[in-house]
Design a protein around this ligand. Structure first.
Ligand code: 5GP
Ligand code: ZN
Length: 106
């Protein structure tokens, strides 16, 4: 998706500091943090919203949750929130799925 900002970040067209990267997802800090720690877990596959998940995509979403848990542990966070905003009416602004990891710690 050439006009998708998160595809551009994944493809390194927009330079962004990755805290983690593997073949399925990347993790980077939110540009406008809403909490002391605010990270975004973003899949490399362009999926517009959680409502667009197709058969097999649950593997990607499960992987994203696992990697969020791993980085939270690595950062010593003992409590945090994981959130998907789904659709315009759910507060979603970037239409490439992403998992928000927020914490008052960090
Ligand atoms: P949404 O409302 O779609 O769930 O969340 C989009 C998030 O992406 C927002 O928290 C916003 O601050 C963040 N964001 C938007 N553009 C960029 C960007 O270019 N770089 C980074 N790191 N975060 C972004
Ligand atoms: Zn995209």
């Amino acid at each position: 998706m050439s006009d998708c900002i998160f595809c551009k970040i994944v493809d390194k067209e927009i330079p962004t500091e990755f805290l983690y990267e593997d073949e399925t997802c990347v993790i980077f800090p939110d540009i406008n943090p809403a909490a002391k720690t605010h990270l975004l877990v973003v899949p490399k596959k362009h999926i517009p919203t959680i409502a667009d998940l197709e058969e097999g995509d649950e593997k990607i979403v499960g992987h994203m949750v696992k990697k969020a848990k791993d980085i939270a542990k690595e950062k010593g966070l003992t409590g945090y929130k994981l959130q998907f905003n789904v659709g315009k009416d759910g507060g979603q602004e970037i239409f490439h799925i992403h998992l928000h990891l927020t914490s008052t710690q960090g």
